[in-house]
Design a protein around this ligand. Structure first.
Ligand SMILES: [Zn+2]
Length: 103
């Protein structure tokens, strides 16, 4: 016999199954924290899936793509807090510095 808590008569929440929910498409995005107010911000990424032929035409190195997807970084971001609204130049945590020139 399994021990169960006594039924207190309170209404039970409906069981949620996948039949009761819709679906959403997830998109690539960048997350950053505003250094001025601390708000967590999200910036949707622009993705491009070049065909090999497109890559050749555009002079894109296909090896720069991850799983066939190229993602562009924004140059600038703006805090979404209406009280803040500060703008910042964007840098990437993924930049390993190989594209930077030593000056
Ligand atoms: Zn802010």
């Amino acid at each position: 016999m399994v021990d169960r808590p006594p039924d207190d008569g309170a209404p039970k929440p409906p069981k949620i199954t996948l039949d009761h929910v819709g679906s959403v498409e997830l998109h690539d995005a960048f997350m950053w924290d505003c250094p001025h107010c601390g708000r967590e911000n999200w910036q949707r990424a622009i993705t491009y899936r070049p065909t090999p032929q497109d890559a050749v035409k555009l002079g894109i190195d296909p090896t720069d793509a991850v799983d066939g997807v190229m993602i562009t970084l924004p140059n600038y971001v703006m805090c979404g807090d209406p009280e803040c609204g500060q703008r910042f130049a964007a840098t990437s945590a993924f930049n390993d510095g190989e594209d930077e020139e030593d000056t």
